[in-house]
Design a protein. Structure first.
Length: 131
């Protein structure tokens, strides 16, 4: 475990995912809260889950779509929203991990994950560090 910034963790993943997004002509946009959102957890687990969700959205969106990644603070937690904006295409392509894996890892981190809306936006809630 370590204490790390959620925004910095996600920013690294956006940079890593940018090449694939450019190839698919999909924009990845961030809408981060200005606060330095610190959590105490395993940063590689959070990065793995966020990466899988970005990848899943890149595979299911048509070109000229967008993925909005938003962070917000609410009381003693941080909300990370991954919101697809655009037309969803039917695909048989499998993502890197399943919904069960997302839930298992997020639960182990002390958080929760839920699906919102028709286009399947995802919201992850994690406890913030008490530092």
């Amino acid at each position: 475990f370590s204490t790390f910034s959620v925004n910095e963790c996600i920013e690294e993943l956006i940079v890593l995912s940018q090449r694939l997004a450019n190839q698919r002509k999909i924009a990845i946009e961030k809408d981060f809260v200005a606060d330095k959102l610190l959590i105490s957890s395993n940063p590689s687990e959070l990065q793995f889950i966020i990466y899988c969700l970005i990848e899943k959205n890149l595979k299911m969106l048509e070109k000229d779509s967008r993925i909005v990644i938003k962070t917000e603070r609410s009381d003693n937690s941080v909300a990370i929203s991954i919101i697809p904006k655009g037309n969803i295409i039917k695909t048989d392509e499998e993502g890197t991990c399943s919904d069960d894996v997302y839930e298992s890892v997020i639960n182990r981190m002390g958080g929760s994950i839920s699906k919102e809306g028709i286009n399947g936006g995802i919201i992850i809630i994690l406890p913030v560090s008490s530092l």
